[in-house]
Design a protein around this ligand. Structure first.
Ligand code: KG4
Ligand code: ZN
Length: 397
């Protein structure tokens, strides 16, 4: 049923694109986790309006994301966020061609708010909806502002994910590696909280990852904490951040005991500690990236002379230490490393609108059968090549 609607619509879109010089405009709505975002984007990558309401301060106060609290905040803000986006864009809902909305994966209570609001608008203004996979949107975001031809390698590093994927088209993802436990942002957030960086005013309102990056840049002795890079003996591209989180937590507890620190006091050499943690994180991501590049070279995905791109996206990609290290590594293999600007790496409505554009112009996943659009807390992402990478048994140190 859905398929036939898509097919009919695909024909309409082609005819429509052929008959008019006007570019499609898509409204994107993101509410998969704790950021409530909306944006209107045109097919030439122009952002007409955008608005993000971050709940970071609220969650910092609670010490983490509490799903019903996140849902309440989305409910309170979504209408205003969308209204502000339309005001900035100087257009009404009649002036857009479709509504793209994140429907998977994410916190179900949060996803529900965005999807319901998208359906409400779509019904009211008779617009099609494009359901969007949050991680696909992160992976395709760089194409809005840069020339990134398919296929390309993409590393997605966020508060919920760590994935290395080969992107063959807007709808075709091959997973080379993913985390077996925690995500890097989750590890940074938990360690920053355990370090009590919030008690230092300059870090109080930053995300864990931002706080650790800034603190590590002020280190005096980067070698004083040495954390082992995880999974280095395994010849795959899998990630693991739980071991790093546990050994970092043990180190903090040990230091606090040795120095007999009162409960609210941060260990004195926390900047060196953060540098040690950053260093191990970078080494781990670099090991996995190097093997992914060598695997792709073995598979000859890029004919000689074609442009090879490596995209880094997701909230953790805004980390300059990680970005610079991966860029240098990739350059040695003739890859150009690209990342969306920091505000586009974290969750936002622009990446959802852009994903909507990519889907709209190729006529994929567009529907007016609103009742068929469901939300999914978990969702498959691409074709799994993890075992194939393991079987390739590539040494890379
Ligand atoms: O993609 P995102 O906005 O939300 C998720 O989908 O998870 O990523 C948020 C994560 C948080 O865990 C935050 O600590 C991390 O990205 N992050 C950073 C940096 N900025 C944000 N991690 C490392 N370095 C940063 N500069
Ligand atoms: Zn995200």
């Amino acid at each position: 049923m859905i398929k036939s609607v898509f097919q009919i619509h695909r024909k309409c879109v082609r005819r429509w694109c052929h008959n008019t010089a006007r570019r499609p405009y898509i409204l994107g709505i993101e509410s998969s986790c704790d950021d409530c975002g909306a944006a209107i984007v045109s097919s030439d990558g122009k952002i007409l309006g955008e608005c993000v309401m971050s709940q970071q301060n609220c969650h910092l106060r609670f010490g983490g994301i509490i799903p019903p609290v996140a849902q309440d905040s989305h409910r309170n803000h979504i209408e205003n966020v969308v209204k502000q986006t339309f005001t900035q864009a100087e257009r009404t809902c009649e002036g857009i061609d479709a509504i793209a909305v994140t429907n998977r994966p994410g916190l179900p209570l949060s996803l529900l708010v965005g999807v319901r609001y998208a359906k409400y608008l779509a019904r009211k203004f008779d617009k099609p909806i494009i359901p969007v996979h949050h991680m696909e949107a992160h992976a395709l975001m760089a194409r809005m502002t840069n020339s990134v031809p398919f296929p390309y390698l993409c590393i997605l590093l966020s508060g919920g994910h760590a994935i290395i994927t080969l992107v063959k088209s807007t709808n075709d993802f091959y997973i080379l590696g993913e985390t077996v436990d925690d995500a890097p942002g989750e590890m940074f957030d938990k360690i920053a909280r355990r370090l009590k960086l919030r008690n230092i005013p300059q870090y109080a309102w930053l995300s864990g990852g931002q706080a650790i990056e800034q603190a590590s840049s002020k280190c005096h002795n980067p070698a004083s904490y040495d954390f082992p890079a995880p999974l280095s003996q395994y010849r795959d591209c899998q990630f693991s951040f739980a071991g790093l989180k546990n050994s970092a937590t043990r180190q903090i507890i040990l230091q606090e005991r040795v120095l007999d620190l009162p409960p609210d006091v941060v260990i004195p050499d926390y900047e060196d500690f953060c540098a040690g943690l950053m260093n191990a994180t970078v080494r781990h991501i670099a090991h996995r990236t190097k093997r992914a590049i060598r695997f792709c070279e073995g598979e000859a995905f890029w004919p000689t002379g074609t442009k090879r791109c490596l995209v880094i996206s997701g909230g953790v990609a805004s980390n300059n230490v990680i970005f610079n290290a991966i860029s240098n590594l990739a350059a040695a293999y003739n890859f150009e490393t690209i990342r969306p600007k920091p505000a586009h790496c974290t969750d936002n409505g622009i990446m959802i609108a852009w994903n909507g554009i990519e889907k709209y112009i190729t006529g994929q996943n567009i529907t007016k059968v609103y009742n068929d659009i469901d939300i999914f807390g978990r969702a498959n992402f691409g074709t799994n090549l993890i075992q194939k990478v393991k079987d390739a048994n590539i040494a890379s140190q």
